[in-house]
Design a protein around this ligand. Sequence first.
Ligand SMILES: [Mg+2]
Length: 229
Amino acid sequence: MMPDSDRSRREEPLVLWDEIDTVLVDMDGTLLDLAFDNFFWLELVPQHYAARHRLAEADAKAVLQRAYRALEGRLAWYCIDHWTDTLDLDLRALKWAHRERIRYLPGATEFLAAVRARGKQLTLVTNAHRAVLAVKTDHTGLDREVDELVSSHDFDAPKESAEFWQRFSEQGRFDPRRTLLVEDSLSVLTAARAFGLEFTLAIRRPDSSQPARDITEFPSVDGVHALAD
Ligand SMILES: [Mg+2]
């Protein structure tokens, strides 16, 4: 049913399940299609920003690109309240209005079920703000497919930072030597590895409307469907 090409390239199994007790899984671009977020931030927000501030759409896009870039990788980037204030737009309402476009990536629910069937602790770890997480779980039922939901906002540090991994691990809910992180952000994977997380797996195709990326720094799969058995 699912393509097996990811596996056939390697002799070793993709995941050493016997050595793993906990799976930390990212949400946007790993379980849910990043096409929604790209549409939201790169198309919809500029349209509304242009209308609100009487700008041409191309100008609005340029202003927003600069604003986004300035905060990339920082917690405020992921804070819907920050953008609501900065852009003077009701982004919560806008997310809610367009929630029909929020979708799982192929094989995502099968992957989650397979991890649970293996008896692993399954924790969703996201940079998404709790308010956005609520829209996404409400629409997809994702909260019922995992054991636990963790937002980096609860630790006041983004997943890209050493502080996040330090604070999260201090709760003692996982053993870094027996934990796998499945994630599409290379900066998050880099931070997790630097912290001492033993197993990492990168997603090559976080947005179904875009081609797969080449990733050399981490073991990788096109998508979690490759691990859905
Ligand atoms: Mg992601």
